[in-house]
Ligand binder design. Structure first.
Ligand SMILES: NC(=O)c1ccc[n+]([C@@H]2O[C@H](COP(=O)([O-])OP(=O)(O)OC[C@H]3O[C@@H](n4cnc5c(N)ncnc54)[C@H](OP(=O)(O)O)[C@@H]3O)[C@@H](O)[C@H]2O)c1
Length: 483
């Protein structure tokens, strides 16, 4: 190659290879490198095949770095954790002051903050950039969440604006998220919300299939129909598709042959851990994580199913009107989704306040509208809610969401009760409803918990009718009262 590349990318597995091709396709000459050579050759061959894209492969880190124009910008897309440190070590030997490293992986935000500091000591700039959308998004337009050095962001802004998913009425799905590890943190919560969405959809499927006795053909119809309305989203769309796929190795539909054990890579767990750290209730997201844990106990569940077979109410004791059930489940799914997003957004806001990141929640909803796994028409409503009031305490109290929840609560309660009576677990929907019912009540039984804490631990309590902190000798008084 005669001229220098505009940018470099190291790490050419699924995400890196596709993002590199996307960048090249947008007209930015790109140099690529991978620890093992075969992926470099594969990527170069694809670039040729996909229209002689300006992508140049390198098998050694030095010639890779030297092929990039200064100040150099290098995106890394390698496995999170120590591979990122290894890659920085390999590349930084050849980097110069003012060059910039961008980690596009699902990294723990504190690792990014540590690396940003270490990079600054070498005179390098650093960004942690969440990339969502999987293989397809990386190739054709992901949602990008860059956080860290603003100067670094400015070096690459022109590229990101072109490479990100483009949404007609709201622009490219990228924005500078904020300082430090905010890009990774926001991507982590995005993934937690994704866990919640998938759990709620799977519960809707379970109720329709197990209680409503819908066939895969009917499920395909129902989810396709839902994807034309308020539930329009990537996940509902692919769910409809899944029900239409026949097994190519045996009779029937493929979905029925997929083993019911859900995998995970850790971002959902981090989200729940962070929610606990920050005292933010995130029960819908937590229930999706618990459901994945329980799904993993397949062998135990097989044994338990035999033991408890008789305690479950039989099908003929549950009466349902199919049409009504489908409509109720749609409403329960939508109402639960509002609760799940409210939890995720509150978690982001709480972290933003703790770290002084100044994150704009409406802007996050905007960049999730395209490219990413949770893209949905619903995000437009969230953006509008924060446009109306950027200090909104909870999405539930936005006037539009509040009235949508009220309209749907009868159906939502019917679905949860029906599932409980049928012995079908719907932890996401049930816990979302409990979140709503807890949040909307002026009085909770927390008075009793406070009294208990003061009784056994002298933890004190506040009163409803006068200011101050009080302690009562409950045991002594109880003895006197019961003499
Ligand atoms: N896959 C997705 O849908 C998706 C979506 C969003 C975000 N992400 C995140 O994006 C990042 C990349 O994901 P991925 O699925 O494309 O790849 P991955 O399977 O997470 O990682 C494979 C890449 O990491 C490299 N690597 C591993 N250990 C290394 C080391 N010690 N030193 C240098 N390189 C090393 C591999 O190089 P070799 O070829 O030499 O082994 C390969 O290029 C991850 O953080 C992932 O969590 C993935």
């Amino acid at each position: 190659m005669a001229t220098l590349s505009r940018i470099g990318l190291a790490g050419l597995a699924v995400m890196g290879q596709n993002l590199a091709l996307n960048i090249a396709e947008k007209g930015f000459p790109i140099s690529v490198y991978n620890r093992s050579s075969s992926k470099v050759d594969e990527t170069v061959a694809r670039a040729k095949q996909e229209g002689n894209l300006p992508l140049y492969g390198f098998h050694d880190p030095e010639s890779f770095i030297l092929s990039i124009q200064k100040p150099r910008v290098i995106i890394m897309l390698v496995k999170a954790g120590s591979p990122v440190d290894d890659t920085i070590k390999t590349l930084s030997v050849y980097l110069e002051q003012g060059d910039c490293i961008i980690d596009g992986g699902n990294e723990w935000y504190e690792n990014t903050e540590r690396r940003e500091k270490a990079a600054a000591e070498l005179g390098l700039l650093y960004l942690g950039m969440g990339v969502s959308g999987g293989e397809e998004g990386a190739r054709n337009g992901p949602s990008l969440m860059p956080g860290g050095s603003f100067e670094a962001y400015k070096h690459i802004e022109d590229i990101l604006l072109k490479v990100a998913a483009q949404i007609e009425d709201s622009g490219p799905c990228v924005t500078y998220i904020g300082k430090g590890g905010s890009g990774n943190f926001v991507k982590m919560v995005h993934n937690g919300i994704e866990y919640g969405d998938m759990q709620l959809i799977s519960e809707a499927y379970d109720v329709l299939k197990s209680v409503g006795k819908l066939s895969n053909e009917e499920l395909h119809q129902v989810f396709s129909e839902w994807n034309k309305g308020e539930l329009l989203s990537f996940l509902v769309e692919i769910t409809a598709d899944i029900f239409s796929i026949k097994d190519d190795k045996a009779e029937g539909h493929l979905v029925d042959k997929v083993l019911d054990k859900t995998g995970m890579k850790g971002t959902g767990k981090w989200t729940v851990q962070q929610a606990a750290e920050l005292s933010i209730a995130a029960p819908t997201i937590a229930s999706s994580l618990d459901s994945r844990f329980l799904s993993g106990l397949k062998e135990e569940r097989v044994l338990a199913a035999k033991l408890f077979d008789e305690v479950i109410i039989t099908d003929d004791q549950v009466f349902v009107d199919k049409k009504q059930l489908i409509d109720d489940v749609r409403q329960a799914l939508y109402a639960s989704k509002i609760c799940s997003y409210a939890q995720g957004m509150n978690l982001i806001r709480s972290k933003s306040e703790e770290k002084n990141w100044g994150l704009k929640l409406g802007e996050l909803a905007r960049i999730w509208k395209g490219g990413c796994i949770i893209r949905a028409i619903f995000l437009d409503r969230i953006k509008k809610a924060y446009d109306r009031n950027s200090d909104l305490a909870n999405l539930l109290v936005d006037p539009e969401f509040a009235s949508e929840i009220v309209e749907r609560q009868a159906a939502w309660r019917r679905v949860v009760c029906l599932a409980i009576n049928a012995g079908i677990s719907t932890p996401g929907m049930a816990t979302s409803l409990a979140y709503f019912d807890t949040y909307r009540r002026e009085s909770l039984p927390a008075n009793l918990v406070q009294a208990q804490r003061d009784y056994f631990g002298a933890h004190t309590y506040e009163r409803t009718d006068m200011p101050g902190s009080f302690h009562t000798e409950w045991f002594k008084l109880a003895k006197q009262a019961n003499m």
